[in-house]
Design a protein around this ligand. Sequence first.
Ligand SMILES: C[S@@+](CC[C@H](N)C(=O)[O-])C[C@H]1O[C@@H](n2cnc3c(N)ncnc32)[C@H](O)[C@@H]1O
Length: 301
Amino acid sequence: MSESGNDSPNDPRDAIDAQGAQYPREKERDPQFRESDADDGRKGIPFVGAGPGDPRLLTVAGRDLVETADLVVHAGSLVNSELLEAYCDGARTVSSIGKDLEELVPLMRDAYEDGKTVVRLHSGDPAIYGAALEQMDALESEGVPTYFVPGVTSAFAASASLRTQLTLNEVANHVAFTRPQGKTLSEEEDHIGEFVGMGDVTTCIYLGTHAVSETMDRLLDAGHDPEIPVAVVYHASWSDEDIIEGTIETIGECVEEAGYRASALVIIGEAIEGSGYERSYLYGDWANRSQSDSNSQEADD
Ligand SMILES: C[S@@+](CC[C@H](N)C(=O)[O-])C[C@H]1O[C@@H](n2cnc3c(N)ncnc32)[C@H](O)[C@@H]1O
């Protein structure tokens, strides 16, 4: 039972609408400068990124939080059980799989109001396809403060496994984090073809392992070069990680043969190969550059 004497949560939709009322789309926003220090607002339930799987890729901040938690609500099979075993020994661990907001919010709220230390553990980084904000807004509407603690998203683990960069001088200037059409995205909202068509974008597809063949077929039908490199990294950073490399034309069959239907990152673009790049401005001709020139813009590092 909550402090408010209320077992069921407020309607989570109301919490989302309340956020919308604070920042109405139709109204022009006044410019604001918000002074903030990194510790501001760090109270309540942290929404922590568990990283891609390898327990060592949990941040130090995240580890400190789960090690002292009484209740850890985690994202099921996408959070490596080795991480839970290593760091959540003293906590009750509950998977969020199969639970809706109406169950999750009271679970965390009641534990918090009972004085328990609660951590919500998302896979990778909660800001990428994490559906964290709707839980946070629902908790806040129940009077429970929340905050984010970032993690390493799986695209970064995958690029490390491929030993490449997602941005690479003269090869890929941009990165798109995206997902294919399906239950959540309509055909019109699927922009994979547009990103690939831009040529200098590395396209990282989350939530698309089950649909690699269909996605590649759509790219071929739209006339994209069948030779564009594609990598599928299953369980990046886990001990059973697998890397499948091919092209838009070949990758679908390889993934089907391997039998992967979930938990892989699909990366499309020349940067996968980690070659054909130019040396960077940052490390070029440094000795002949004036100080004002080197201070004039942010440098890659
Ligand atoms: C619900 S999304 C969560 C993404 C997560 N928030 C992140 O930042 O990585 C789940 C998708 O992330 C990708 N994913 C998560 N962990 C992964 C890993 N270790 N290796 C490859 N892909 C992973 C898969 O595409 C999976 O379908």
